[in-house]
Design a protein around this ligand. Structure first.
Ligand code: COA
Length: 315
């Protein structure tokens, strides 16, 4: 397939590190040096589903395609206010599409997993035009009293439209169960028979373990793909990595022996918006003219699960 349209939407509320240090024992200096984040966009009176629909409409406009032309909608989302129906069904109604739709929860790697699903459906001859929307509100998953976690995240929605083509050159998906490193637990409705104790636990994270996993998984996925496709890192024009931590991005860049100019980022302004990071970054790079036709782009993301994935495409 090939990506022919992108779109993104950010919440209007911008929260700076200074604002966080008004109610948390933290500082701009600590957050910026440890993560590269200065500000993040945080949902206030917006609804995530509205942002997802708007991002989808922008991507369709950009692709010059109508919702009626879509054969499949894949939405990547970890949390939103609806447990059911799926966010993809809400998006379908919002844009006026009629095709089948599905939600996936692959945490921050959702965009890469969605592209692989789209490719596989396309290769099986089942679809031609696919809309991927990654919409996330991780700021509603964390405790805002936990300085170790809440400073890292921001919200947003990013979308991409894929159609027939030969631009996605390869995708590598990986999973390695590690349920105590990055998780959130919610309680379910009680029944007369449910006997286990339940409680709501906001997002918990073993930061250093996640850091190590992220570097290993992303470097491993990218190296695997390079080898499989007979490429070298030097052949790649741009690496669009999950925006979790600037130090993670720098470590992967140095592992690959590639200059930082090849790694466009928006983490300084946006923080980590889970699976929305990849399509938002892609959309911003496209609009800024960073990506030129024919260039080789690698995308790579990693997150809770652990799951990770990378793709190589010709832009
Ligand atoms: N402000 C000030 N101090 C903070 C802080 C904050 N926001 N968060 C943690 N600290 C403190 C800790 O309490 C600790 O203090 P102590 O030594 O007195 O116990 C100290 O800073 C060092 O904490 P540590 O966790 O060792 O820091 P770190 O260098 O590992 O950086 C992360 C923490 C979270 C920035 C880093 O581990 C990371 O980015 N990990 C990956 C997280 C990630 O990407 N998650 C999403 C993946 S999709």
């Amino acid at each position: 397939m090939k990506i022919i349209g992108t779109g993104s939407v950010l919440p209007k509320k911008v929260v700076t590190n200074e604002m966080l240090s008004e109610f948390l024992d933290t500082s701009d200096e600590w957050i910026y040096t440890r993560t590269g984040i200065k500000t993040r966009h945080v949902i206030s009176d917006e609804k995530l589903e509205d942002m997802a629909v708007e991002a989808a409409k922008k991507a369709l406009d950009d692709a010059g395609m109508s919702a009626a032309d879509l054969d499949f909608i894949i939405c990547s989302n970890v949390v939103n206010e609806y447990i059911t129906p799926s966010l993809s069904c809400i998006i379908q109604g919002g844009i006026g599409a009629t095709c089948p739709c599905i939600d996936i929860n692959c945490a921050c790697a959702g965009f890469i997993y969605a592209v692989e699903m789209a490719e596989s459906f396309y290769a099986a001859g089942k679809v031609k035009n696919v809309l991927i929307v990654c919409a996330e509100e991780p700021t509603r998953m964390t405790s805002w009293e936990d300085r170790r976690v809440c400073v890292l995240f921001g919200d947003g929605a990013g979308a991409a439209v894929l159609t027939e083509g030969d631009n996605i050159k390869g995708v590598k998906l990986s999973s390695a169960s590690a349920t105590d490193k990055l998780y959130q637990i919610r309680s379910l409705e009680p029944t007369p028979y449910a006997t286990k104790e339940e409680q709501n636990i906001p997002l918990q994270m073993k930061g250093q373990d996640v850091f190590k996993f992220a570097v290993k998984a992303s470097s491993g996925d990218i190296t695997y793909l390079m080898d499989k496709l007979g490429m070298k890192a030097g052949d790649v024009d741009h690496f669009l990595l999950h925006q979790a931590n600037m130090r993670i991005i720098n470590t992967i860049a140095s592992f690959l022996g590639q200059p930082s100019e090849k790694f466009p980022t928006n983490i300084e302004d946006h923080g980590n918006s889970s699976s929305a990071c990849c399509p938002i970054l892609l959309d911003e790079c496209k609009r800024k003219g960073i990506l030129k036709k024919g260039e080789t782009v690698v995308m790579s993301a990693f997150g809770a699960g652990f799951v990770s994935g990378a793709l190589v495409m010709e832009w």
